[in-house]
Design a protein around this ligand. Sequence first.
Ligand code: FAD
Ligand code: SF4
Length: 547
Amino acid sequence: MEVNFSEPRAKGGRAPDVFTPGGWESMREYAQTDEVDFLIVGAGAGGATLGCRLAEKGFSIVILDAGPFWRPLDDFASDELAQQILYWTDDRIVGGNDPISLGGNNSGRGVGGSTVHFSMIALRFRPEWFKSRSKLDYGFDWPISYEEIAPYYEEAEEALKVAGPVNYPWGPPRRRYPYRPHEVNAAGLVLARGAEKLGVEWAATPLATVSAPRGKSPPCVYRGFCNYGCSTNAKQSALTVWIPRALRAGAEVRDLAMAGRIEIDSRGRVAGVLYFREGVWRFQRARNVVVAGYAIETPRLLLNSACALFSDGLANSSGLVGTHLTTHAGPGAWATFDEEIRWYKGPPNMAVTEHWNYADEGKDFVGGYAFMSQGPLPMAWAQTLATSRGLWGQALREEMWKYNHMAGFVPVAETEPRRENRVELANETDQFGLRIPKVLFSYSENDKRLQRHAVRFMSDVLDAAGGHDIWVNYKDTSHLLGTCRMGDDPRESVVDADGRSWDIPNLWICDGSLFPTCGGVNPSLTIQALACRAAERISRLAAAGEI
Ligand SMILES: Cc1cc2nc3c(=O)[nH]c(=O)nc-3n(C[C@H](O)[C@H](O)[C@H](O)COP(=O)(O)OP(=O)(O)OC[C@H]3O[C@@H](n4cnc5c(N)ncnc54)[C@H](O)[C@@H]3O)c2cc1C
Ligand code: SF4
């Protein structure tokens, strides 16, 4: 069936029921003239979670997303090429000494955001990272501590029914994961074998895909299409977890609704958002606006909303909007094995070691990295071979014959937050007439040392596991963070610990752009925990008459 992804699905008092092919559930609708309590831009990890929790607390909520309202059971094909539709692939300009390649590797577009195609790794930050300047002598301190966020980590893990080991080896004591761990695949056992030979701990990766039935989600069937949209709904994405709850609690979701500008009234407060849907620009009034568009689109919208009162963009009196962009560097180490591995079976990252996140001795760098076993599907693997080793034609075919015997690791390697790494506006405009983002990034010397360390260590683990013909590649990255960091000081941060703008009290941010430092683990669990915390704080502030 040909699907038209340019027609909104969430309208007329109903939205797709993601658990029933072609099904619908009822959805409350607000008029543009209704001044809703919170208008949220972006239905991803941050926006969907916050929208759900605020709706459940009784606030009136509208969530806009630029992309479609996916129906996983109908829309998602087991086809690497067809599923490129999940990615935000609009033009962006990249620069710096180490330009970040954008598109599929970095952000999603559609209800559920990037969690629709994420790898489901659900890890907590190391406690010290919340105070990395004071305790580890790099980066910036967060305005909250691990102890403050810990209950919300637990709330997010419970909501996602994270499947993880009974005793996760790293971090403070914690409750058991809600679901038992997934059985580790052969690619993960390579990591396990090598790590054990080197005396380093490893674990089954805690994953947000269910290992046993959960409501209408069947257990994971280990087909490995997770980065292309899970067509069974085993994956616990924002689309399948927070959005259905948000709808039931009375939130309205508007898909294919691109926010172009946040409007400010004469008192310097946010009045609502101008957005493009069904061929026309519309305006939704709101008492509060939350920007949750990911670390590029969030600063872009704030900068594109510059006006007479805020000529440098909104929430930008510190001049920090767009700055201190961080990413996770992802150099790879790869090896061939005599035995068959078939690394495509199962979620892509089934075993992990966080050894170098928690060890402080023996490092020639600050910061940390976790690394995981990998399971690229054939097209993605061919692309890695072509781009990193220049293989093409017959040489590429010959290398691809080894596909079922390959294994390898990629780290989630911390980079330092530095002012010169940033998102700014280019002069070029997109199809909506909005200035497109320009993303500048260069690694620091520390970032490079950290990556060299990771590549050496991962190669040693592959060698210890019996791999041969080991080779490495350096160019990849994942996850974009920072750009609107939270803090205690209005001169040194964009928002406070609740995500509230220092400059405009009814403007909030709730996504990965809040991170002052990016740590050495995947960020979505922390984003969702921050959103759960923000919902709690907002309802307390509202009860105290402070909103
Ligand atoms: C291939 C891949 C694998 C990943 N695997 C993992 C993993 O295993 N574990 C993990 O923790 N993280 C993973 N991530 C990262 C994780 O998915 C993101 O960090 C996280 O989803 C970011 O949350 P967010 O709320 O900041 O933005 P997103 O979840 O990306 O949501 C932003 C939403 O805002 C919408 N939007 C943006 N601008 C506008 C606008 N102007 N108007 C309307 N809507 C707008 C977008 O359409 C999008 O839906 C992965 C990412 C990728 C690309
Ligand atoms: S491996 Fe599991 S989570 Fe991934 S796409 Fe298949 S069923 Fe979904």
